[in-house]
Design a protein around this ligand. Structure first.
Ligand SMILES: *[C@@H]1O[C@H](CO)[C@@H](O)[C@H](O)[C@H]1NC(C)=O
Ligand SMILES: *[C@@H]1O[C@H](CO)[C@@H](O)[C@H](O)[C@H]1NC(C)=O
Ligand SMILES: *[C@@H]1O[C@H](CO)[C@@H](O)[C@H](O)[C@H]1NC(C)=O
Ligand SMILES: *[C@@H]1O[C@H](CO)[C@@H](O)[C@H](O)[C@H]1NC(C)=O
Ligand SMILES: *[C@@H]1O[C@H](CO)[C@@H](O)[C@H](O)[C@H]1NC(C)=O
Ligand SMILES: *[C@@H]1O[C@H](CO)[C@@H](O)[C@H](O)[C@H]1NC(C)=O
Ligand SMILES: *[C@@H]1O[C@H](CO)[C@@H](O)[C@H](O)[C@H]1NC(C)=O
Ligand SMILES: *[C@@H]1O[C@H](CO)[C@@H](O)[C@H](O)[C@H]1NC(C)=O
Ligand SMILES: *[C@@H]1O[C@H](CO)[C@@H](O)[C@H](O)[C@H]1NC(C)=O
Ligand SMILES: *[C@@H]1O[C@H](CO)[C@@H](O)[C@H](O)[C@H]1NC(C)=O
Length: 789
C-alpha cells in the first residue's frame, strides 16, 4: 500500500526553492498495515536534519512531538540505517478515523529539511482494514507508551483482587457524581480519583470507540505509574479503574496495563531480554489466566521458529520468566560503527518484537504486544584479514572482512603508494566488495599482482620474497570518519636463480641458449651495456629466436660485441659475452663469456688498447705478390707472420707511420700495406717498385677516446671499426705498372696530423677511380659513421 505525494514547499530562507514531486524516488515513503498499527517508512535523505511528522484530521494539523506521540499513540524513530526513519501509528491513535474498529484512515504530513534548510512537505495517506480480529483484551507495549483496549461488553474483567475492588467501590460510592471518574491505584497508596480531563493533563488518554474502551499511558515513569519487580524482572504498571455511578448502579472497568521494562542485556555473546511468564498485575488469581502462546521477531514482525532458529535467536520459557537471546551480529539487527583513537567501535542494535497470548479459564483471550529496541554497549571491533594468496597465481589476495554496512573502503596505500579505489582499478589492482554469507556484513578482496608494487628482496641466495604492506583507509558513514587499518602479507619462493646460459661454438658464429624459467622477468639479458632486444639483435645482425621454451641467440663472427685474441694466420680466438643483470641497479647476476677458436682467413681488429691486428691476402691486390715482402708506411714495420698469400701485421696506432684524422665525430687511423714488386723490365736489371695497395683503417668514435685527449693515453671504450681496403688492378697486370691504374673507393686523407703522433700529413692518393671491385669490411657498429663502407 501506498506512498506520499508532494504537497508544497515552505520557505525558510529568503529564496524560493523549487522542489518537484517527481523528485520523490520510488519507495522513498511507504506505508504498511500491521496487526495493530500503521507503519510509515521513509528513505529520504535527511543529512543532519531529522524529518518530522504531523497527524492530520478534520480538526487540523497536529505535530507529533515526543510527548504528544506517547500520549496519542504515535512512535517516531530514526533508524540506525542511514536515511531511514519510521513512524508507527496505533489504530487507536488520536487522529485516526476509525470505522467500527475495522477500517482505519490515516493522514500525515512528512516534513523534510534539506541541507539548505528548505522544507518539503509530503502528504501521506493510508487506509487499513483490520488484518486480525480483536481479542477481548489487548495490550500494546510500545517504546513510548502502553496501550490497552478492552471489548466494551466485557464484564467482570480479570486482574483485580477482591479487596481492591471493595476499596474502589467504596471510593466510587463516596464520589457524588454521575459521570465517569478515573481512580488510579498505586502500590501501597490511597486511590487517586480524578476526571478524564485531569487524567488527560497527566498524559493519560481514555477513549471509547465503537466497540472498545482504550487507555493509553506514556511510558515510562508516568505520574501514576509504578515499577515493581516481578519474578526478577522490572515491570511498569499503571492501574486505572473507570467508575461511573448512576443512581444505585456503579459501573467499574479495570484497565490495568503492565509492561516489562527490561532493556536487554549484553552477555558477551548477544542481547538477552526477559519478561515474567505471567505479568502478575494482569493476572487475577480468580480468573486463572494462563500463558498460552509466545512468539517473537524483529522490526515489528513475528518470525517463524525455523527462521529464528536459523538466525541463532533463542527463546527460553520457564515457569517464571521468558528469555529471548539474539546473538551479536545476527541477521535482523544492525551494526553501527564509530571511530575513536583510530579504533573501530560499534554496537549492535536489534528491535525486538514480542507477542504473548494469555487465556483465562473461561476462554477469554488477552494479547500482549511489545516493541523493544535493544543495543549492545560500544564494542571494539577488529576487521578481519584473511590471506588468500595462492603463490602459483602470483597475485596477493587479501580479504578484509567483518565490516559493517556503514563502513566503506575508499583508498589503499600499498607499500607507500596511494590509490583510491578508482585509481587502483586503473593500475591493474582489483578491489572487489563481497558480502559475507549469513550476515549483513561485507568484505573487500584486494588483488595485487606480485610484480606491480611489491618489494623484492633476496635475503639469502635463491630466496625471493614479495611483501605487501597495506594501509586501508576505511570511512564510517554517514559522517565519513576515516579509519586506517594495516595489514602485511609476504610470499616467498625458493630456488630462484638468475638465468643460466649455454654457449656453443659454430664455424662462423657462437650460439647461446637460455631456457626460460618462471622468474626470468626479474633479470634482463644484456650484451655489454646494452639490453638485448629484438631491435638490438636486428641492428647488430644477431639471430634471435625467443619462444616460450627458450631464448636462442646466434652471434655471427665479427658482429659487434666480439673481442679477439691470439690472432695468427691459422686461427684466432673470438669471445662473446652475454649476461643477466638486475634491471634497476644493472648489477650483473650471471654471465657467460664464450670463447671460440675460429679459422683465420682475413681479419682486422682495432683493439681498445690502440693496437691494430690485420691479416690480409695481399695477392688479391697484386697477384703473385710475396707477403713476406710487405711493409707499412714506416717501411721498418714488417709482417709478424706470413704464408703464401697472407701477411699478419700487428702495430700500435701511434706507430709505423699511421696517419690520423680527426673530424667532429670520429678519429680515423690509417696505414697502408705496401707490396714490393719485383718485375722484369726490358732491361736485364731487375726493377723493384713498390705499390701501396691495401689500406688499413681503424675508426673510433671521438667520444670513446676522451682519455687520449685527457691523459695522452690510448684507451677506447669499445673496439674501433676496422676496414681493409684493397685496391684491385683494373687492367690486366702490366709490367709497366703505373699506380694510376689502381682504383680506390675512398677519399684521400687530407686532414691534419698531430705532432705527437708524428704522422706525416695526408697525401693525395693518385688514380682515384670510382669502380671498386673488392672492398671488405670486417666489423661494423650500430653507430657506424656514414661513408666508411
Ligand atoms: C481511504 O478510503 C477512503 C474512503 O474510505 C478513500 O476516499 C481514500 O481514497 C482511501 N485512501 C487510500 C490512500 O486508499
Ligand atoms: C490491592 O489491595 C491490597 C490489599 O489491600 C494492597 O496491598 C494492594 O496494594 C492493592 N493493589 C493496588 C494496585 O493498589
Ligand atoms: C513469580 O511472581 C509471582 C507474583 O509476584 C509469585 O506469586 C510467584 O511465586 C513468583 N514465582 C517465582 C518462581 O518466584
Ligand atoms: C569475523 O569476526 C569474528 C570474530 O571477531 C571471527 O570469528 C570471524 O571469523 C570473522 N569472520 C570473517 C569472515 O572474517
Ligand atoms: C598518500 O595520501 C596521504 C593522505 O591521504 C598523504 O598524506 C600522503 O602524502 C600520500 N602519500 C603519497 C606517497 O602520495
Ligand atoms: C575494476 O575493473 C574491472 C574491469 O577491468 C571491473 O570489472 C570492475 O568492476 C572494476 N571494479 C571497480 C571497483 O571499479
Ligand atoms: C596509514 O595512512 C594514513 C593516511 O595516509 C596515515 O595517517 C597513517 O599514519 C598510516 N599508517 C601507517 C602505520 O603508516
Ligand atoms: C600468506 O599466504 C602465502 C601463500 O599461501 C604464504 O606464503 C604466506 O606465508 C601467508 N602469510 C602471510 C603473513 O603473508
Ligand atoms: C622472450 O620472450 C619472453 C616471453 O615469452 C619475454 O618475456 C622476454 O622479454 C623475451 N626476451 C627477449 C630478450 O626479448
Ligand atoms: C719470401 O719468401 C719466399 C718463399 O716463400 C722466399 O723465396 C723469399 O726469399 C722470401 N723473401 C724475403 C725477403 O724474405
Amino acid at each position: 500500500m501506498a506512498f506520499g505525494f508532494c504537497l508544497g514547499v515552505f520557505i525558510l530562507l529568503s529564496v524560493w526553492p523549487s522542489v518537484t514531486c517527481s523528485d520523490l524516488p520510488r519507495g522513498a515513503i511507504e506505508t504498511a498495515c500491521r496487526d495493530r498499527y500503521l507503519l510509515v517508512t521513509t528513505q529520504l535523505s535527511f543529512a543532519g536534519n531529522e524529518p518530522r511528522f504531523e497527524a492530520v484530521d478534520a480538526d487540523g494539523v497536529h505535530p507529533i512531538t515526543k510527548q504528544y506521540g506517547s500520549e496519542c499513540g504515535y512512535m517516531f524513530s530514526i533508524l540506525p540505517l542511514p536515511g531511514h526513519a519510521e513512524l508507527r501509528a496505533s489504530y487507536f491513535s488520536c487522529h485516526t478515523d476509525n470505522q467500527d474498529d475495522e477500517v482505519f484512515t490515516f493522514s500525515f504530513n512528512l516534513i523534510t529539511i534539506d541541507a539548505n534548510g528548505v522544507e518539503t512537505t509530503y502528504h501521506v495517506n493510508a487506509n487499513c482494514s483490520l488484518p486480525l480480529p480483536w481479542s477481548p483484551r489487548e495490550f500494546s507495549c510500545e517504546e513510548n507508551y502502553m496501550e490497552v483496549s478492552v471489548r466494551g461488553d466485557v464484564s467482570g474483567l480479570p486482574g483485580t483482587k477482591a479487596d481492591n475492588w471493595t476499596a474502589a467501590l467504596a471510593t466510587a460510592h463516596s464520589a457524588a457524581m454521575s459521570t465517569w471518574q478515573v481512580m488510579f491505584q498505586q502500590e501501597g497508596q490511597q486511590l487517586t480519583s480524578m476526571s478524564f480531563s485531569e487524567a488527560r493533563e497527566l498524559g493519560y488518554v481514555f477513549h471509547l470507540t465503537q466497540g472498545r474502551l482504550v487507555f493509553r499511558s506514556p511510558y515510562t515513569g508516568s505520574v501514576m505509574g509504578s515499577v515493581t519487580m516481578v519474578n526478577g524482572t522490572f515491570v511498569e504498571m499503571v492501574y486505572p479503574i473507570l467508575v461511573s455511578r448512576q443512581r444505585w448502579v456503579v459501573i467499574m472497568v479495570n484497565l490495568v496495563v503492565a509492561c516489562s521494562t527490561d532493556e536487554g542485556m549484553y552477555d558477551g555473546a548477544g542481547l538477552v531480554w526477559q519478561t515474567p511468564t505471567l505479568l502478575s498485575p494482569l493476572v487475577s488469581e480468580l480468573s486463572g489466566l494462563e500463558s498460552s502462546k509466545i512468539s517473537f521477531g524483529v522490526a515489528g514482525q513475528l518470525l517463524d521458529e525455523p527462521i529464528t532458529a536459523e538466525r541463532g535467536y533463542s527463546l527460553d520459557i520457564s515457569d517464571t520468566t521468558v528469555q529471548i537471546s539474539i546473538p551479536f551480529n545476527a541477521d535482523g539487527g544492525y551494526r553501527k560503527s564509530f571511530v575513536m583513537d583510530n579504533m573501530y567501535h560499534e554496537f549492535y542494535v536489534v528491535r525486538l518484537y514480542y507477542e504473548q497470548t494469555f487465556m483465562d479459564d473461561s476462554g477469554v483471550e488477552t494479547r500482549l504486544r511489545l516493541h523493544r529496541p535493544m543495543n549492545t554497549p560500544l564494542l571494539i571491533q577488529h576487521p578481519s584479514i584473511i590471506n588468500q594468496t595462492v603463490l602459483e597465481a602470483r597475485v596477493f589476495t587479501v580479504y578484509l572482512g567483518n565490516l559493517s554496512y556503514d563502513v566503506d573502503l575508499v583508498a589503499v596505500k600499498l607499500n607507500g603508494h596511494n590509490f583510491t579505489i578508482l585509481e587502483a582499478n586503473k593500475s591493474g589492482l582489483v578491489i572487489t566488495m563481497v558480502s559475507q554469507p549469513n550476515s549483513n556484513l561485507h568484505a573487500y578482496v584486494l588483488r595485487v599482482p606480485f610484480d606491480s608494487v611489491i618489494h623484492k628482496l633476496y635475503p639469502t641466495e635463491g630466496l625471493l620474497e614479495y611483501s605487501l604492506d597495506i594501509n586501508y583507509t576505511l570511512v564510517i558513514l554517514p559522517q565519513e570518519e576515516p579509519y586506517y587499518y594495516l595489514a602485511s602479507v609476504v610470499a616467498q619462493f625458493n630456488d630462484v636463480f638468475p638465468p643460466v646460459f649455454k654457449g656453443v661454438c659454430n664455424k662462423k658464429s657462437i650460439s647461446f641458449q637460455m631456457d626460460h624459467k618462471p622468474f626470468d622477468y626479474l633479470w634482463e639479458v644484456g650484451v655489454g651495456p646494452y639490453l638485448l632486444t629484438p631491435n638490438l639483435a636486428a641492428k647488430r645482425g644477431y639471430i634471435m629466436q625467443n619462444d616460450s621454451q627458450s631464448l636462442i641467440l646466434e652471434v655471427p663472427l665479427f658482429s659487434v660485441g666480439y673481442t679477439y685474441k691470439d690472432i695468427n694466420l691459422k686461427q684466432f680466438r673470438g669471445t662473446f659475452e652475454i649476461l643477466s643483470r638486475v634491471p634497476k641497479t644493472l648489477e650483473v647476476k650471471s654471465s657467460l663469456a664464450k670463447a671460440c677458436l675460429f679459422q683465420t682467413t682475413e681479419v682486422i681488429v682495432c683493439s681498445t688498447e690502440g693496437v691494430v691486428t690485420v691479416v690480409t691476402d695481399v695477392t688479391l691486390a697484386v697477384p703473385g705478390a710475396e707477403p713476406n715482402g710487405t711493409f707499412l708506411l714506416d717501411a721498418t714495420c714488417r709482417p709478424q707472420e706470413t704464408d703464401d698469400t697472407r701477411a699478419r701485421f700487428s702495430f700500435g696506432l701511434h706507430t709505423c707511420g699511421t696517419r690520423v684524422q680527426v673530424d667532429h665525430q670520429h678519429v680515423t687511423y690509417e696505414n697502408e700495406i705496401n707490396i714490393e714488386h719485383t718485375f722484369q723490365s726490358e732491361a736485364p736489371v731487375k726493377t723493384r717498385d713498390t705499390a701501396s695497395v691495401v689500406t688499413v683503417r681503424c675508426v673510433y668514435p671521438l667520444s670513446d677516446l676522451y682519455k687520449l685527449f685527457a691523459y695522452w693515453r690510448f684507451e677506447a671504450d669499445s673496439p674501433g671499426v676496422g676496414t681493409i681496403l684493397t685496391r684491385v688492378p683494373v687492367k690486366i697486370f702490366q709490367p709497366n705498372f703505373p699506380p694510376t691504374t689502381l682504383t680506390t673507393t675512398r677519399r684521400p686523407l687530407t686532414s691534419t696530423t698531430t705532432s705527437n703522433t708524428g704522422l706525416s700529413p695526408g697525401r693525395k692518393m693518385p688514380g682515384i677511380h670510382p669502380r671498386a671491385k673488392y672492398v671488405k669490411v670486417f666489423s661494423w657498429q650500430m653507430n657506424q659513421p656514414k661513408g666508411t663502407t
